[in-house]
Design a protein around this ligand. Structure first.
Ligand SMILES: [Zn+2]
Length: 380
């Protein structure tokens, strides 16, 4: 007999919702969260709830379900994301296969399994009539690129929350801090002329070469700065370079992209300003550094908060889990980094299984995860 959580996980996998990243035009049968959002809203409606489908941008929606408990002065958010990464190399990504006690398919552990677990947990917890306080279920869009759905909700209601749990595959560890990421576009300008008279121009490729070497020094200096006690140091890595137009033109532009893993308290814009100041002083005054769309803040919440202690205790009791840890990857929790509330990333499945061509979630873990989340909701 398949449980409600297994069924919902499989149904969500079978509805493609690949994050379109920066594409504006895409095939809605494969990309975007619209179809899976409608499915999940219907799923809640069929169980007597009144979900809201909030369009965050055209074709991209959050699903929000508000569930009243006894004490309306406290409200906890439970968030999982609707989108997945791409499916290249997968034979049947949207055809959930049950094999060896696992469900295979795109999103099985990141994040449709954990999302199914919070949805079923919330319905069951509400059904007891014993929910101590209000909870909000947010099935967010856009987590795999720029967290647009979580940011949208955080702007509206982030300050009214008492705490938030982000369902992601953590093998039942409780993640209370993680790094953020600033992705930066560096524009190195030049002056283009015919390549037969290079002395009259300013070759942007040479400027970019100098900028790259300067970025290497900058990155090394960052790793020698004081470490965060848990998250270590920042990393600054140039990952893409593009420049030049034609073989017989001295190029007037070259772009470098940098992936910068940040520590709590630093915004992507501050990173851009810092690197721009450094490169202008060291290489060329005309260099511009801007923040790409896909940026996320680091988050750090109090590992001794009551919410995290309770979640750890319930996970320890039911599944020998609940160890408090930190992570290097960013999640939707980034959107709430400044809200001043307890934040935890927690859920069934292994983070090492996310984004793989053989992505799966262990069925026992999935069901246990639902139970931990339900008992935790009832303990709030
Ligand atoms: Zn995820």
């Amino acid at each position: 007999m398949r449980t409600e959580t297994e069924k919902l996980c499989s149904e969500l996998i079978s509805i493609p919702s690949i994050n379109p990243q920066s594409q504006r035009e895409y095939d809605q049968s494969l990309f975007g969260e619209q179809r899976v959002a409608q499915y999940l809203a219907d799923w809640f409606r069929a169980r007597g709830f009144a979900p809201e489908v909030n369009e965050v941008s055209p074709g991209r929606s959050n699903v929000l379900v508000r569930i009243a408990g006894k004490d309306h002065s406290r409200r906890y958010l439970f968030c999982g994301h609707l989108d997945t990464v791409n499916v290249e190399g997968m034979a049947r990504p949207f055809d959930p296969e049950v094999k060896d006690g696992r469900i295979y398919g795109r999103g099985a552990c990141d994040d449709k399994g954990p999302l199914a677990a919070i949805c079923v947990a919330a319905v069951e917890a509400a059904g007891t009539g014993e929910l101590p306080c209000d909870i909000v279920i947010l099935a967010s869009c856009g987590e795999e690129y720029n967290m647009m759905g979580a940011l949208h909700y955080a702007r509206l209601e982030g300050n009214a929350l008492s705490g938030a749990v982000f369902a992601e595959p953590t093998d039942f560890d409780v993640i209370f801090a993680h790094k953020g990421v600033a992705r930066l576009d560096i524009d190195v300008p030049g002056l283009s002329v015919h390549s037969s008279m290079p002395e009259k121009g300013d070759n942007a490729l040479y400027g970019a070469a100098e900028a790259l070497l300067a970025i290497r020094e900058f990155a090394i200096a960052k790793t020698k700065q004081a470490e965060h006690p848990l998250l270590g140091t920042e990393t600054v890595v140039p990952t893409i370079i593009k420049g030049g137009q034609q073989i017989n033109i001295v190029p007037d532009q070259c772009q470098i992209k940098v992936d910068w893993r940040t520590l709590p308290g630093v915004t992507p814009q501050q990173c851009a300003d810092e690197l721009q100041g450094y490169l202008r002083a060291k290489v060329k005054p005309g260099i511009n550094v801007s923040v790409m769309e896909s940026a996320a803040s680091a988050m750090e919440s109090d590992q001794n908060s009551e919410m995290i202690s309770k979640l750890s205790a319930v996970a320890g009791r039911i599944a020998q889990g609940g160890k408090t840890k930190v992570a290097g990857y960013a999640t939707d929790a980034s959107a709430f980094a400044d809200a001043g509330i307890p934040l935890a990333v927690f859920g069934p499945g292994l983070a090492s299984q996310a984004h793989r061509v053989d992505e799966y979630i262990d069925i026992d873990q999935l069901n246990t995860g639902k139970e931990i989340l339900k008992q935790f909701m009832l303990s709030l």
